[in-house]
Design a binder for this molecule. Sequence first.
Ligand code: AMP
Length: 181
Amino acid sequence: MLQTLENTIKDSLRDVPDFPKPGIVFKDITPILGNPVIFNQTIEGLIEIIKPFGANAIAGIEARGFVFGAPVAAKLNLPFIPVRKPGKLPWKTRKVAYALEYGEATIEVHEDALECINQPLAKVAIIDDLLATGGTTQAACKLISSLGGEIVVCAFVVELGFLNGRQILKDNSAVCSLARL
Ligand code: AMP
């Protein structure tokens, strides 16, 4: 089932050259969202690949990580933790800065983000649409870990294998994706 889904996802992605800047081929996932059958299959696929890791919470990275992470959390009846860009979360936050190809970025979570988990240990699955260099997800892992959570798996709809982003994640958690390019 997942092999077929991998092809379906690959066929659904739209390549947008030179977006958001020259030299980047942006993998547009909106055709997946526009097709409810494929969107549903993608959510079910993510559920299937993260289930063995026994997460008791799902964290999604703004913004496309929300689109995929929140339905997964709702379907698994697990809390959803939003990891956001700076200045968006209304309560007290914790931040991590990380390097981008050019410059720096910051992400934040609420300080009490793990309090919704009614178990002694937060076992968190991080979900995003795409793994490129891994810097964004690594920063999200640091944030969740700094709150005392354990990252059990980082899961992606798409992985740009040639950038080898899983290399910087794999020592601290499992890494999986539905489609590898
Ligand atoms: P990275 O931190 O390099 O792994 O980048 C991952 C984040 O940037 C994810 O939230 C992706 O949505 C986005 N991203 C990076 N490169 C691309 C790309 N070529 N196409 C679409 N999204 C990308």
